[in-house]
Design a protein around this ligand. Structure first.
Ligand code: GDP
Ligand code: ZN
Length: 361
């Protein structure tokens, strides 16, 4: 398969240049599971593992390959499987807080062009959740498209669906919104413009919104969820689902992200554009009109936000949602900061110990 059809682009080619002369090759991660990887390459599919050097040099969970990543490999030989030497710089990623108590990001998927944010038009419909997903999407570097599924369930007056779409339009400024039904193949035609050959898309949404029937319809047959069932333990059976990149008949690549229930924000304080600004551009521009630069949007005089809340141009629920996400982000950043400090401390401790040891020897 040609690299272009796997999502290869000029920028990856430039990053790869220095490796090409060393007889190394590239592959794209289709599946990652406990240190084992399944890759799509120009010459076919193969399994791969990390080199010892890679594991040694990796500093955090984020450094490890994720589904969608382009990796530099030593091709497989008769006696060994392909070995991953490094990960090419990502053009965006979906991250979340890694499991455990450490404040660390885990990359769920990388190099996504379009992120389909799936919501149900049924009782599950929730504007605040859509706002949260939008922040995640803007953070990921992918372009969000909102899919409002289960349109068939909104029987009765057409207005019901219309009302919901208008409500979403108000909070998702300039984001395409597509109502559809995963049960009806023809309603999926609206997604075709995003499913061009070599383009990577992913579905993100709470469980129950219909991601699996959507995936099955896009693939054209039922995909058996790749599930590894761990042996029974005292707490019963555990299933771990893993993320997978699938080739669609249209030539696009679909990253399946099951088990993304945990919706903790993960944003990078080093990133210049705050993803909250993108999602809440209306609030951000109001804030610029406040009399005081450090306005807390409380009882201060000349607060443009309070004025907008009073005259109804800004909805209180939306403002609360913004503040909640802002607080969550601040908390995340403080934790990341603390973690960075303690990492530096630990590194110095380690170095000092090594130096002392050497002096003693
Ligand atoms: P997932 O957790 O996002 O993968 O969602 P599920 O596949 O578990 O879907 C939840 C339920 O919603 C299933 O019973 C689906 O059959 C149903 N469902 C999904 N999409 C639609 C739709 O467009 N219309 C209707 N009526 N039901 C749907
Ligand atoms: Zn203000």
């Amino acid at each position: 398969m040609q690299l272009n059809n796997l999502g290869w682009s000029e920028s990856f080619a430039r990053s790869f240049e220095s490796y090409a002369s060393q007889g190394l090759s590239v592959g794209r991660v289709a599946l990652a599971h406990r240190g084992q990887y399944h890759l799509y390459t120009e010459t076919g599919e193969c399994s791969a593992a990390l080199t010892g050097k890679f594991r040694h040099l990796a500093k955090s969970t984020e450094d490890f390959p994720a589904v969608g990543d382009w990796v530099v490999i030593q091709p497989a030989t008769e006696t060994s499987q392909a070995l991953i030497e490094s990960v090419l710089p990502r053009r965006g990623k979906v991250s979340r807080q890694a499991a455990g108590s450490k404040s660390e990001a885990q990359v769920i998927a990388a190099n996504i062009a379009t992120l389909f944010l799936v919501s149900g038009l049924d009782h599950d419909f929730n504007l605040r959740r859509i706002e949260r997903y939008l922040v995640m999407a803007w953070q990921s570097g992918a372009t969000p498209v909102i899919l409002l599924n289960k349109a068939d369930l909104c029987e009765g007056p057409e207005e019901k669906v219309e009302e919901k779409i208008i409500a979403v339009e108000e909070i998702a400024i300039s984001v395409p919104i597509i109502p559809l039904s995963a049960l009806h193949q023809n309603s999926l035609d609206a997604l075709n413009p995003y499913l061009q050959p070599g383009k990577t898309v992913a579905l993100l949404g709470s469980s129950g919104v219909g991601k699996s029937p959507l995936t099955n319809k896009l693939i054209g047959h039922n995909v058996q969820p790749t599930q590894a069932v761990r042996a029974d333990d005292s707490r019963g059976r555990h299933t771990t689902t893993h993320r997978e990149m699938l080739k669609l008949p249209s030539g696009a690549l679909l990253i399946d992200m099951p088990g993304m229930r945990e919706l903790q924000l993960w944003t990078d304080p080093a990133q210049l554009d705050n993803p909250l600004d993108e999602t809440f551009s209306d609030i951000e521009s109001l804030a610029k009109q406040c009399r005081f630069r450090n306005c807390q949007h409380g009882p201060e005089p000349g607060c443009a936000i309070q004025a907008a809340l009073e005259d109804g141009t800004l909805c209180a629920k939306r403002f609360n949602s913004y503040q909640k996400l802002q607080r969550e982000q601040d908390y995340q950043h403080r934790r990341q900061d603390k973690q960075a400090q303690s990492n530096t401390k630990a590194r110095w401790k380690h170095i000092t110990k090594m130096v002392r040891q050497q002096q003693r020897d």
